[in-house]
Design a protein around this ligand. Structure first.
Ligand SMILES: [Mn+2]
Length: 344
């Protein structure tokens, strides 16, 4: 969490910014963080850091083009020192990934103090914003990063039709209407750039979730319709994946779609729905199998043991991992991994 001093500093810097750029991550936590901070003063511009986990040299073009007086970086795991040095304006980086060492940047990361801290960027952006009208945005961003915020009770009181009562995270995310909003914040970022930009622009102005979910305005209706169309593609995949759920421990789903990548959402939802199983979503790409692995219990050790002697690599969190394995080693890897699971 941010300290009172850090909150005061960020509020002051946002207040005095005339033309800030907000670089934010390409997921619901990144989007919600941007919306919370942008909606405080509505100055400047948001830019999605897409297809690159790092804010590096290619993004300097945007800095030259837009002439910001300050830069805010939200939920982006890596900012290159080269970018910091050449941007030549104050940069404020709020993030919660593995901390890095950087110079000449205002760096806000709870894991600098406690490596095991888990605080989504949205949670910190909410400390800065605290605009009651935007509390729903804060709830969506926190839930998206699997974090149940302390102010969930206020949300239940204000929007009982979205969440009638408290429950555990998989139940809230995959069985309650608020889960649709969480998915919406992920899915609206997918697809053609012009549609994505239009969606975000509308989100910077929308007054309440009712506008979207009850389709009370033309703008709300646009978001809802666009979500429905994207979600239909997702639901089709989910149905297919559910059919492949075996009686054994491992749910293995092969996935080929290139344009609309739902890998992470699919893996999260399947792991949420089947708490005793391990989920692997695998995509074949240029001779390699790229996978997301999920479970509601630790799997990292089993993954690391299964990778011994295999042409590939993998890692991540104890119950949410990624791995890339050469196609010719795929069968052996699967065999190893299943064996590890049987011993666990
Ligand atoms: Mn995040």
């Amino acid at each position: 969490m941010l300290t009172p001093k850090q909150i005061a500093l960020l509020r002051e810097e946002l207040h005095t910014a005339k033309n800030p750029i907000f670089f934010h991550d390409d997921d619901a936590d990144g989007l919600a963080s941007f919306l919370l901070l942008y909606r405080m003063h509505r100055e400047g511009k948001g830019i999605i850091v897409k297809l690159a986990p790092n804010l590096g040299k290619p993004f300097l073009r945007k800095v030259e083009e837009l002439h910001p007086d300050k830069i805010f970086v939200l939920d982006v795991p890596q900012v290159d020192q080269e970018f910091i040095d050449e941007a030549k304006v104050p940069i404020f980086w709020i993030d919660h990934h593995q901390p890095l060492e950087r110079n000449n940047i205002h760096y806000f990361n709870p894991r600098l103090q406690d490596l095991n801290a888990y605080v989504p960027t949205t949670r910190m952006a909410w400390q800065v914003s605290e605009n009651p009208a935007d509390m729903w945005i804060a709830v969506i961003g926190c839930l998206a990063d699997h974090y149940l915020p302390e102010f969930i009770d206020e949300f239940i009181e204000k929007y009982p039709y979205l969440l009638p009562q408290k429950g555990d995270l998989p139940e809230i995310l995959f069985k309650q209407p608020v889960g649709q909003l969480v998915k919406m914040f992920f899915f609206l970022l997918k697809g053609p750039t012009s549609d994505v930009h239009k969606s975000i622009k509308i989100l910077t102005r929308i007054k309440s979730p009712d506008e979207i979910m009850k389709q009370e305005t033309a703008q709300g209706k646009f978001l809802y319709r666009r979500f429905e169309i994207i979600n239909q593609k997702y639901e089709e995949l989910l149905v297919q994946a559910k059919k492949s759920v075996p009686s054994g421990k491992l749910i293995l789903f092969y996935y080929t779609e290139e344009q609309w990548s739902f890998t992470a959402n699919l893996a999260n939802e399947l792991a949420g729905l089947y708490p005793k199983k391990i989920v692997i979503i695998a995509r074949k790409k240029s001779g390699e199998m790229k996978c997301s692995l999920r479970a509601q219990f630790p799997i990292l050790d089993a993954l690391q043991r299964a990778l011994v002697g295999i042409n590939g690599y993998g890692g991540g969190h104890f119950n949410a991992c990624g791995a890339v394995i050469k196609q010719e080693d795929w069968d052996v890897f699967l065999h190893n991994f299943k064996k590890e699971l049987d011993h666990a």
